[in-house]
Design a protein around this ligand. Structure first.
Ligand SMILES: *Cc1c(COP(=O)(O)O)cnc(C)c1O
Length: 237
């Protein structure tokens, strides 16, 4: 992205958000058509991390209801007020989750995409039982086996799925991946789809701004798109 920090620091104008959203919706319809899939089988998760409430409102006004956030604290600060106005919003946690935030995550989110270890499964199971509220759970797979990235290795995912179910009684609803930045993503999407297929998992969370059409070709049910809707994010730090 070529935008300077000062441009990216303020939210994109409402008209830009509406236009970005319309473009992504059209892109999803096109990719669905290209692969003979029903457009309704593909869900757009609008990734609103770092976007202030004022920047999210135009997307809500345009009918968008599924949103992805990376941080528990940011979600707690931003979403309760928005949710009062739009009670049918569905919040997806797509960032890494620390076990000590499991309670808040279970309270705030409808879908958690980043379950990647047994200790976190244990923490989530405990909080789900306590809250009497069960977000859908996806296991994040580190398809590129990148050391710095969250997610379970493809070699260990079968065991983790079994242990989540058998040891903690957790229903696993699907899988999520973030392909390595420098790899063509399709091989990673195909791998994730194969793992989901052999476990009969219905949700496949894959594809972002740069590659969601390819992910849809390979079976994505949920694409997570931020930049193409809300514009470039401010740089970290
Ligand atoms: C930020 C983020 C996205 C959205 O990425 P864009 O390139 O802005 O579309 C999707 N998934 C995850 C896990 C993210 O952290």
């Amino acid at each position: 992205m070529t935008e300077t920090k000062s441009e990216a620091d303020s939210p994109a104008p409402a008209s830009d958000v509406a236009a970005g959203l319309a473009e992504v919706r059209a892109g999803i319809r096109q990719a669905a058509q290209d692969s003979a899939r029903a457009p309704g089988s593909i869900h757009l998760v609008a990734v609103s991390k770092t976007v202030p409430a004022a920047g999210i409102l135009p997307a809500l006004e345009a009918g968008q209801r599924l949103f992805g956030e990376n941080y528990v604290q940011e979600t707690r600060a931003k979403w309760p007020a928005l949710r009062e106005r739009y009670p049918d919003v569905e919040l997806h946690l797509i960032g890494p989750l620390q076990s000590n935030k499991a309670r808040e995550a279970v309270e705030l989110f409808d879908v958690i995409h980043s379950l990647d270890r047994l200790s976190l499964a244990a923490a989530l199971a405990k909080e789900i039982a306590r809250a009497g509220r069960a977000p859908k759970l996806l296991i994040q797979v580190n398809t590129g086996d990148e050391p710095q990235k969250g997610g379970i290795s493809p070699a260990q995912v079968d065991v983790l799925i079994a242990e989540c179910r058998d040891t903690h009684g957790l229903a696993i609803n699907g899988l999520m991946c973030i392909p390595p930045a420098d790899d063509p993503p399709s091989a990673h999407f195909a791998l994730l789809a194969r793992i989901a297929g052999r476990h009969n998992l219905p949700i496949l969370s894959m594809g972002m701004s740069a590659d969601y059409p390819a992910a849809i070709q390979l079976g994505a049910t949920h694409v997570r798109v931020g930049t193409a809707i809300f514009g470039a994010r401010p740089r970290k730090g």
